[in-house]
Design a protein around this ligand. Sequence first.
Ligand code: ARG
Length: 703
Amino acid sequence: MTETIRFLMCSPDHYDVDYVINPWMEGNIHKSSQEKARQQWQQLYHVLKDRALVDLVPPEKGWPDMVFTANAGLVLEKIVVLSRFLHKERQGEEPYFKQWFEDNGFTVHELPKDLPFEGAGDALLDREGRWLWAGYGFRTELDSHPLIAKWLDIEVLSLRLIDERFYHLDTCFCPLSGGYLLYYPDAFDAYSNRLIELKIPEEKRIIVEEADAVNFACNAVNIGQVIVMNKISDDLQYKLVSKGFEVVQTPLTEFLKAGGAAKCLTLRTTEPLIPDHHANVTIESRILQLEGHLLDAGIMNKALDVVVGNGGSFKVLNFTLGIERQSTSSAEVRVSAPSHEVMEEIMVQLIDLGAAARPQEICDVNTAVVAQDGVAPDDFYVSTIYPTEVRVSCEWVRVENQRMDAAIVVTESPEGKTAKCTLLRDLKAGDRVMVGVEGIRTIRQAESREQRNSTQEFTFMGAGVSSERRVELTVEQIAWEMRKIRDQGGKVAVTAGPVVIHTGGAQHLSRLIRDGYVHALLGGNAIAVHDMEQAIMGTSLGVDMQKGIPVRGGHRHHLKIINLIRRHGSIAKAVSAGVLTKGVMYECVKNNVPFSLAGSIRDDGPLPDTEMDLIKAQEEYSRLIQGADMILMLSSMLHSIGVGNMTPAGVKMVCVDINPAVVTKLSDRGSVESVGIVTDVGLFLSLLTQQLDKLTRPLVETV
Ligand code: ARG
């Protein structure tokens, strides 16, 4: 049978490393020996000639990589899909290869310009003829795969390459006779590995270790039971032989310097068609619309990064640039993904960026009915902090109670249509819940250049190099906002941890409450306990707040306080009894500022006011932050995260913590309204009250 196999090769007369278009070529310009390359090529040529027919395409001066005929095109029967090289350094090879195919009776298909595909370097037929493995990620665009499937009428399985050393599929993947596969798994993303494992049973997968992979062990030519390749390790040789293969090793070091070996130097031109395996592409495409300050706010970049970063591919169908600084741009983008799973992943992230499928494309959202109280259907859409709209009976309906991590329940009645964020535990059997990603869009505030600075500033501080002056400037802005909110009858909520007290912030926070800047306080057992410990005994967790040193027996103080308050029945009652006369909790009671203390497993006591039923505590929190314009998060990671999850975008969040990681976690909601400050919280509060005083002083003086 083997005599019917033909290969196309190209003699290395003009071969050299002249430029760098892959990592192997780096540092190797003009470093390959002309003589040695010729010898090695000849040796490979003879090895193949002994086992098959070899045709030659004439080499062309000025196109040094033409030796790598694998990249001429992809052949099936008498059809060829010609390569469209990504790099201009190789594009000049295209007409010569085209000529050769035409002269030899092939029907030539050409991809549209700017849709790169690098032939058999990136597309390998299963040796049983069941399907075509096609690579993408570096040289080949995913969108070329559906065309190939159509022209060759074959099932295409797309594999995403992620290691630039293995930039062509044939550098890390080699289907062998008998359904075996020789490959280097780390060159592929997780989805691709899963696909490979799904298609090739374990006993047929021959895994190549990195040391062999970087010697191009996968870049092998398979003829029946024979495998022709560059030098490999004894281990790999043994593995192959034990599967019944005969291994012929032939040195190809000079070609490795250009990033190629045995397989790259050949193109198999006899690939018989196996009937019954027709085109079947799993690639999904859909058209999305984006609108806003796409360039100024970097949305376009982010969106395209999301697509590519998750293994998809895109084509910008049109882009209308807003001309004036304030005018918005709009774009239509076709997104393709290798599978439905990947498409959903990409869509979820694009929706967060404000993308939506073309409205005329969807009339009704996909919903599923809740079967069991408190349990959402699989695949339910998880809400975000952004104002969201969903499509119900051909109309966009605004989602109420916007918050993150909830399901969206849709209702439709003669009175109208509604959509509401609903926590899992509040779902009732029979509710209709949004599933999938169809017909959902989020409305992103037009982010302008100015606002974007807060995210930048924040990155700067996250890097741990925050300057004092910068903190001051931010505090000035926050003070200004708080002043405005107070004067306009707005609402500021504060979440605070016990560190506020330990760092000497109690007096300042008390001031803020007294002066009407705070309208709700959210915390846990500890902040209340230590605040009252300080107010009554002068210590915070046993440390004297004046002298800064631990007091003998001080570790028992907070229990005494808890006990005292328990005796009175509540904090408020302790205040009326005249037992508690200052501090944060005192001011809350005196100024009618509602507070909620959420319990936790480590709480001592707890205080009578601490809510140990967490579901109730969450409800209380969520009630207290309703309508807030600003939330100050002061050194309390868990309470702040809890609050962050309940807060829709648009509410200003200021997160202060000495630990940059906490600040990052809390401020990085992708929303422009959050500001992070890495500093001591006591110091922050002191600066804040000073600044507020400054803002108020002139008013006081004129009175
Ligand atoms: N220098 C060539 C390039 O970077 C090497 C091509 C190797 N060919 C292959 N099928 N892997 O394009």
